[in-house]
Design a protein around this ligand. Structure first.
Ligand code: ZN
Length: 151
């Protein structure tokens, strides 16, 4: 290119092979296909773009991409598929669904722990309700038997 007079089109079409920026003192490795040229025709990746507005736009786009990825990754379980949580059989179904989803990577550890804790809490409340109901029945039975003269 330096051996003869260059046509203007040749200079404009000549794209740099790598980003001109540096990361940790080393040349940036982003290839030409991902670079944007500045007004001087020098190529820059999004991170090294000299224009702050370009870098800011990239950060916004990256944040949006990250949010979308997190939303996809943490979509959780479909409430319609889980169904109601009103019986012991429901609690067993929920536990199985949570275990399957966690094993398949559909739930984060935090989501799985929260969901299982909720099922455990439901089971504890259900167990207490069953025991209280049974205790009330037994107390009534004791009163009835005492009324019949049974010591
Ligand atoms: Zn770069």
């Amino acid at each position: 290119m330096t051996t003869g007079p260059a046509m203007l089109d040749d200079v404009v079409d000549e794209s740099p092979q790598r980003c001109e920026g540096f990361t940790d003192g080393r040349p940036c490795g982003v290839p030409a296909s991902l670079l944007r040229a500045d007004e001087d025709g020098r190529g820059w990746c999004w991170n090294h773009a000299p224009d702050p507005a370009t870098r800011a736009a990239h950060k916004v786009a990256a944040a949006r991409g990250g949010l979308a990825a997190r939303a996809r990754a943490r979509r959780g379980l479909d409430p319609d598929e889980l169904g109601p949580l009103k019986t012991v059989a429901d609690a067993m179904r929920w536990s199985e669904s949570i275990a399957r989803a966690t094993a398949a990577g559909q739930l984060s550890a935090a989501q799985a722990n929260s969901a299982i804790r909720a099922v455990q809490q439901w089971c504890s409340a259900h167990d207490l309700h069953v025991r209280m109901t049974r205790l009330t029945q037994l107390e009534r039975e004791v009163q009835r038997l005492k009324g019949m003269g049974v010591p």
